[in-house]
Design a protein around this ligand. Structure first.
Ligand code: MN
Ligand code: MN
Length: 366
């Protein structure tokens, strides 16, 4: 059994849990090595404190599940079969059917599925597996770090393509298309989330949607994108100015850069997470833009584009060696536009290490 899964089943043992029902595709991948996006069909890792675990998935995925190297049972179901009845029988075969305690992903398991799980036994008590799973996923091992580095390098490359594509009259969507076309040609698995290219006042929307806005002189051009490598996500933001920058645009940019660099330096093992957010926020507030920094300073990164830890001002957890997260302060002034600078940070023994490395001095694109 992999050491990851062993640690999880040890936790089931310690907590006296009869079985865990894990359905989040990234969690299933983390423990099994099998990546599957089942849409509305049922995908589950069912793990026990002592007995061998099994994977449950649509029949059309069984061959790939077996080929992924998962050494235990794979149970498939056809579209005309009731998956829940099939799982119930598999559990009954393992002697489960009376009073059971089941670990579930309380943050993501749909209510309807929790009702279906309740019918697996006469009486079912739920406990949350979130804490145990997140604590494991929070600290990245060597292999995960290598994949995250690969994803970060691809993100740097993607920003370079985007930067090269900046031209008068070009639309946000046209640049998105160029970035993704070049990445596909390089064989990337996919984007970690919808690629954002936002120009002019659109850049003031932290979660804006690229459209047909064309680049004009004096616009901010903001790229926020991520690439997947071996299942792991990167997430980078860079902001450029086209042709010429006003004094206020320069002031905003330099403030964000100063805040970002200070927050990265502060992100050492042993530091309280809230203090990293505060470090960036103080610099932005002192420059007079406090009200325009409208989100937390970052978020954890891994198999998920957003995962633990939340790098927010109310998180009193302490940074640990092996964590990976973004640092991404921003200033968004509706009439002028927005600047965000985002890097992916690995907390090493010797301090924070930037996985993304695209230059971040203000660049005015001629
Ligand atoms: Mn981002
Ligand atoms: Mn981010």
């Amino acid at each position: 059994m992999s050491s990851r899964l062993k640690r999880f089943t040890d936790w089931l043992k310690e907590e006296d849990i009869d079985f865990a029902f894990v359905t989040d595709p990234t969690n299933v991948f983390y423990y099994t090595g099998f990546m599957c996006h089942p849409h509305e069909r049922v995908l589950a890792l069912v793990a026990f404190p002592e007995a061998e675990p099994f994977l449950f998935c649509p029949s059309l995925e069984v061959r790939q599940a077996k080929a992924s190297g998962w050494p235990y049972d794979v149970i498939g179901y056809n579209d005309d079969e009731n998956p829940w009845e099939k799982i119930r029988r598999a559990l009954a075969d393992r002697g489960i059917g009376q009073n059971v305690t089941v670990a579930i992903e309380t943050d993501t398991l749909p209510y309807g599925r929790s009702e279906a799980i309740k019918r697996f036994a006469e009486s079912v008590r739920f406990v949350s597996a979130e804490g145990a799973i997140n604590a494991q996923r929070l600290i990245k091992d060597e292999a995960e770090l290598a994949s995250l580095k690969k994803a970060a390098e691809l993100a740097d490359y993607a920003v370079q393509i985007g930067k090269n594509a900046i031209k008068k009259g070009k639309t946000e969507q046209a640049i998105v298309a160029e970035i993704e076309y070049e990445l596909k040609k390089r064989g990337v698995e996919g984007m970690a989330f919808t690629t954002m290219v936002l120009v002019g006042q659109n850049s003031a929307l932290p979660h804006g949607v690229p459209g047909d806005r064309q680049i004009r002189e004096g616009d901010f051009v903001l790229f926020d994108l991520g690439v997947i490598a071996d299942g792991y996500c990167s997430d980078i933001t860079r902001t450029f100015v086209y042709k010429h920058a006003s004094d206020e645009q320069i002031a905003i940019y330099e403030t964000v850069l100063k805040a970002e660099e200070a927050a990265i330096r502060a992100a050492t093992a042993g530091t309280v997470i809230a203090d990293v957010d505060r470090t960036a926020r103080r610099i932005i507030t002192d420059a007079g833009y406090g009200e325009y920094f409208t989100h937390r300073v970052g978020h954890g990164l891994g198999l998920g584009a957003h995962e633990a830890p939340s790098m927010s001002g109310d998180n009193l957890d302490v940074i640990k060696t092996g964590m990976v997260f973004t640092i991404e302060p921003g200033i968004y002034v509706p009439e002028i536009g927005g600047v965000r600078i985002e890097d992916d940070i690995y907390v090493g023994e010797a301090g924070p290490v930037c996985l993304t490395s695209f230059p971040k001095q203000l660049e005015i694109i001629p």
